[in-house]
Design a protein around this ligand. Sequence first.
Ligand SMILES: C[S@@+](CC[C@H](N)C(=O)[O-])C[C@H]1O[C@@H](n2cnc3c(N)ncnc32)[C@H](O)[C@@H]1O
Length: 204
Amino acid sequence: MPTGWSNPEQVTEYLSREIPYRDVAEGMLLDALPQQIEGFIDLGTGDGRLIALVRERHPSAAAIGIDFSAPMLERAAQRFADDPLVELLDHDLTKPLAEQTPVDVVVSALAIHHLEHERKRSLFSEIHSLLVPGGVFANLDLVASATPQEHERFRHAIGRPQDDPADRLAGLCEQLDWLKDAGFQTVDCRFKWMELALIVAMKR
Ligand SMILES: C[S@@+](CC[C@H](N)C(=O)[O-])C[C@H]1O[C@@H](n2cnc3c(N)ncnc32)[C@H](O)[C@@H]1O
């Protein structure tokens, strides 16, 4: 029986879930991106939801979606079957990103919180290296609550009976510090509702 994100049932359950304020936060993520985008990468792309949103606003932008889940990549492949500007890569984000031509933007949604903290930090450095000068990293993700009680409130608010054992939540402020340590010039939290936060970092 496949587990985690290789389990089609987990994928179907996730894709049917409503997350409060997600649309608002995604809109703010789009607003944080540069006006001109030639190429971007989506880390933990899932079924390609965020790629589709970015490309609605930037139809000529070429996208690379990275994920390690076969059922998610299948959904994304169906979504972009007729779109030559979208490339999907099967890659485990616990491993270093492959070197490639720098891009204008790296986005991610609800994926990086699955990585151990040390890997988050090294990934932030790799993202910094992958961006052109002035490039933007926009990450809509879950961050740790200040107290266990606040965490419980968030879990109830999003209708989850139990914690996901794969979650490795880090605090918002420490992640902003890690991004600065990775070399980003400006880092900011543009949106926050409980544990859902939009972090935007710009390369000098
Ligand atoms: C909660 S889903 C989010 C999907 C999509 N970004 C969205 O906004 O709907 C998390 C995604 O991260 C992917 N993911 C988690 N850990 C990963 C890893 N180590 N390497 C690659 N992808 C990973 C999962 O397969 C899944 O598609």
